[in-house]
Design a protein around this ligand. Structure first.
Ligand code: M6R
Length: 366
């Protein structure tokens, strides 16, 4: 049932070209320039008129929410807040009619996320679920939404569900931006094509497998690691750090690259691996100067870069190259090396990567 792979986690990482394709299939039509999502279209009016969107989730799903915040604000100009479900539910949040809540959950059974949307629903908010498990509690509680269609995720560390969430959320944002007219026709068409190319680019990113395994052996004995990124790649850095913590038990922190000067830079010495998510985007020059700052303090820089990026090449100790994609789309591709790296480090350390200690696949108690 592991389909010839050593672990479910590896199988699920490698399924991503297919799961993302399945997620886009029947919804995205790049040739005709359409996105069809019936569970979203029903709420088109509420969405285009929403004063704000609140995203609630936990863990990896919360990271997908952060990427979505950047995308939604860019293309729909609707203000977005991303909340940890556990914090949102307990603080008597200001929420009610006119608000749209997007709940993101692989399992659809996370207790905090479920209770958060139940109470927001009672107060009159529209709830849209982005859920993987069909018929789950969060899916049933939501007014509408869209399934991620990633198939069963067995590994405790979320991988293919994350990229599926990003695919759904990106389609939602493009759909709403297009309806609202906040997204130009040209940019809309470009992004549809970019989205269409994701499965193929993810497959190319997966070809880095052996190289990433070698890097895993090189860095597996680190006691700490830092993950840095800016803009759309900031949540990817957070997700990379979470994957490493969960699977390899190495203490890792993700930060917006510019925040490092406000504290974490004190950690940098010649033993600290610093993973930069540094693909070509509007923040690229800034990220390169952050890399320089780490090098100047003798940190080890491992950079995830776009193919052919010579500037980053000159600065990094090690490189992982991925195909170039528009910055809105890139997180789906850049997540792949993060997943592989955590996987191979966990395996090299002899840990049970499918069932890391102390973790449950879904957290159904608060
Ligand atoms: O099923 P959910 O997406 O609601 O789960 C949320 C988190 O519990 C989950 O993402 C968790 O952080 C994973 N272990 C991440 O790999």
């Amino acid at each position: 049932e592991k389909g010839g792979y050593d672990h479910f986690m590896l199988k699920e990482i490698f399924e991503q070209p297919h799961t993302i394709f399945d997620c886009l299939r029947g919804r995205l039509d790049a040739t005709n320039g359409t996105i069809t999502m019936s569970g979203i279209q029903q709420y088109a009016e509420q969405l285009t008129q929403a004063k704000r969107i609140i995203i609630v989730a936990c863990g990896t799903s919360w990271h997908a929410g952060l990427v979505a915040e950047y995308i939604f604000e860019e293309v729909t100009r609707i203000p977005v807040e991303v909340e940890y479900a556990s914090e949102f539910r307990y603080r008597n949040p200001v929420v009610g009619e006119g608000d749209v809540i997007i709940a993101i959950s692989q399992s659809g059974e996370t207790a905090d996320t479920l209770v958060a949307i139940e109470s927001a629903k009672e107060k009159g908010a529209i709830i849209l679920g982005v859920v993987n498990v069909v018929g789950s509690s969060i899916a049933r509680t939501s007014h509408g939404g869209a399934y991620t269609h990633a198939g069963p995720e067995i590994g405790v560390a979320s991988t293919k569900a994350f990229t599926g969430q990003l695919a759904v959320l990106t389609m939602m944002a493009l759909k709403i931006g297009h309806l609202k007219g906040t997204l130009s026709e040209k940019r809309y068409t470009h992004l549809l094509n970019e989205l269409n190319d994701v499965p193929e680019k993810v497959a190319l990113a997966l070809e880095q497998k052996d190289h990433i395994e070698a890097l895993a052996l090189k860095y597996k004995d680190a006691t700490d690691a830092l993950y840095l990124g800016r803009g759309y790649n900031f949540p990817v850095a957070l997700e990379g750090a979470l994957k490493l913590k969960e699977i390899s038990y190495i203490h890792a922190e993700g930060y917006p690259a510019a925040e490092m000067k406000h504290g974490p830079i004190a950690l940098v010495d010649d033993k600290l691996p610093v993973f930069f998510v540094a693909t070509k985007d509007s923040f690229h020059e800034k990220v390169l100067s952050n890399m320089q700052e780490i090098k100047a303090r003798k940190g080890k820089v491992i950079a995830i870069v776009s193919e052919g990026d010579d500037a980053a090449n000159a600065l990094a100790d090690d490189l992982i190259t991925v195909p170039f994609a528009d910055e809105l789309i890139a997180p789906m591709i850049n997540a792949i090396p993060m997943q592989l790296l955590a996987y191979y480090i966990g395996v090299a350390k002899g840990y049970d990567v499918d069932k890391p200690r102390n973790l449950a696949k879904s957290v159904t108690v608060e």
